[in-house]
Design a protein around this ligand. Structure first.
Ligand SMILES: NC(=O)c1ccc[n+]([C@@H]2O[C@H](COP(=O)([O-])OP(=O)(O)OC[C@H]3O[C@@H](n4cnc5c(N)ncnc54)[C@H](OP(=O)(O)O)[C@@H]3O)[C@@H](O)[C@H]2O)c1
Length: 446
């Protein structure tokens, strides 16, 4: 039997403690799968005295993650601290520089510095594995890096943030406002005390940046992604979507277009009969459209200590078995420069919600502004809020602006934005119009 593979784990929070638990629970299984023992020889975190709920006796403690990263005892450095910069970046760089394999779950680090780190790993001939960095327990990195290598991927998209999906699901299922659903998510531990990073779409954008690079063989593009969060979604949008046969999800979408790569994160309408609409709560889903494999959808736990540890362990197993591949499939020096397709060129259908003043000619003026931009309307309805109790009609007070919902036929982002800006400038609406893209999904043919 080969000598044991020795691990140094920095970060003993949800994922780090989950990994220690998994490695001890499945010690024998792992040994028989890889033909050698996998041993944790060193650990590091901020506070040594903190109870971790796992047995760490006999494992050397390192106050400094950098010392652990470069320790001669360590074959593989596992970075589970988090953060795009700071100690996580320094420790990963130090480990790679010292010729150690690295496994990390850190999407922020990879989205911001992934290519430079990949170059360093390739130069040193070591692995940089990061299955857990995107969609937690879902094996999407392996799928793109290995299983689909012989395909041309045209689009990769998905629900990549459990917090947002939980909030939107709660708003849909339980008729809650955004604020109420967010509060509930925080109480249940699905959302951070400061949820900006999740609800603003930035966490999804980090993951999408990594997926885009893997799917299309381009350099990472985090700053080029168009990002909108879910804060502007109201109960009126959720209700209207349901009544029209749609469901609202925060999607990260990257598509190859004639003019470059369109990478965007935003709330989107998806047909309620689509598989992705059925992904509820904190669950994640990633879909891939590829030429030979056609459509693929992976659904599973996008977070949580155990599921994420499972992904980290899979990366460790690959290293234990031997064989090193470029972190982003294509060697870092051969990745194509990222060419952005501007969002104004996006082609698709739109949902528009307007609060229209009750004035003669208001609707005609709105229709004209749409017509001026060649935006054709598939449907238009005036809505009242749903009755609080069945049978009790809700009648708007006189003078209250009417809620008008429009669904457009396919148009360009440029055209719809121009039309909506003109409607707003005309003073026919009481508040900023709401615009939500309708995502075209192959499976439903919509
Ligand atoms: N949680 C998930 O479900 C999930 C899913 C996918 C990916 N990830 C990624 O996995 C990584 C870890 O996430 P997590 O949820 O496990 O985080 P966490 O619970 O906050 O744990 C972070 C760990 O890092 C340690 N740490 C922080 N600063 C440190 C420093 N300066 N020096 C040494 N140790 C330090 C902390 O030490 P103390 O414990 O002593 O404070 C803690 O053990 C992040 O990159 C995250 O994005 C997490």
């Amino acid at each position: 039997m080969q000598k044991p593979l020795s691990l140094g784990i920095a970060g003993l929070g949800n994922v780090g403690a989950g990994l220690l638990d998994l490695l001890s629970t499945h010690r024998d299984r792992l040994r028989s799968c890889v033909g050698r023992d996998i041993e944790v020889v060193g650990i590091s975190a901020r506070s040594k005295g903190k109870s971790r709920g796992v047995d760490t006796s006999g494992i050397a403690w390192f106050d400094d993650p950098l010392a652990l990263a470069t320790s001669p005892e360590v074959d593989v450095f596992i970075e589970l601290i988090g953060g795009a910069d700071g100690i996580a970046k320094a420790a990963v760089e130090a480990a790679l520089g010292a010729g150690k394999h690295v496994v990390t779950a850190n999407k922020a680090l990879l989205a911001n510095h992934g290519i430079a780190l990949a170059r360093l790993a390739e130069e040193k001939g070591v692995s940089l594995n990061f299955e857990a960095a995107v969609a937690g327990g879902i094996p999407i990195i392996k799928t793109l890096r290995e299983s689909l290598t012989a395909n041309e991927v045209r689009r990769v998209y998905g629900i990549l943030n459990g917090t947002c999906n939980y909030i939107l699901s709660t708003m849909t299922d339980q008729n809650r406002s955004f604020a109420e659903a967010l509060k509930e998510a925080q109480e249940l531990g699905y959302a951070e005390a400061d949820p900006t990073f999740d609800i603003g779409g930035y966490d999804t954008a980090h993951k999408l940046a990594i997926l885009t690079c893997l799917a299309f063989g381009t350099e990472i593009n985090f700053d080029e992604i168009d990002v909108e969060g879910i804060q502007s979604i109201t109960e009126a949008d959720i209700e209207a979507a349901e009544d029209m046969g749609y469901c609202i999800k925060l999607l990260g979408v990257a598509t190859v277009t004639d003019t470059g790569i369109e990478a965007r994160v935003h709330p989107a309408m998806v047909p309620e009969e689509s598989a992705i609409a059925e992904v509820w709560g904190a669950t994640n889903a990633v879909a891939i459209d590829a030429d030979f494999c056609t459509s693929l959808l992976l659904i599973g736990p996008g977070a949580g200590g155990r599921a994420t540890a499972s992904a980290v362990a899979g990366d460790i197993v690959d290293i234990a078995r031997g064989g090193v591949m470029p972190p982003f499939v294509t060697r870092a020096c051969d990745l194509k420069p990222y060419k952005k397709s501007t969002l104004s060129a996006h082609h698709g259908a739109y949902y528009v919600r307007l609060a229209v003043y009750d004035q003669p000619g208001a609707m005609a003026a709105i229709a004209k502004r749409m017509g001026d931009q060649n935006v054709s309307i598939e449907s238009i309805v005036q809505r009242r809020p749903r009755a609080v109790q069945p049978g009790m009609a809700t009648r708007p007070k006189p003078g209250t602006p009417a809620v008008v919902i429009m669904i457009t036929h396919e148009t360009t982002e440029h055209a719809i934005r121009e039309a909506v800006a003109a409607i707003e400038a005309d003073g026919k609406v009481a508040e900023r119009p709401q615009l939500i893209r309708i995502e075209k999904l192959e499976e439903s043919g919509t």
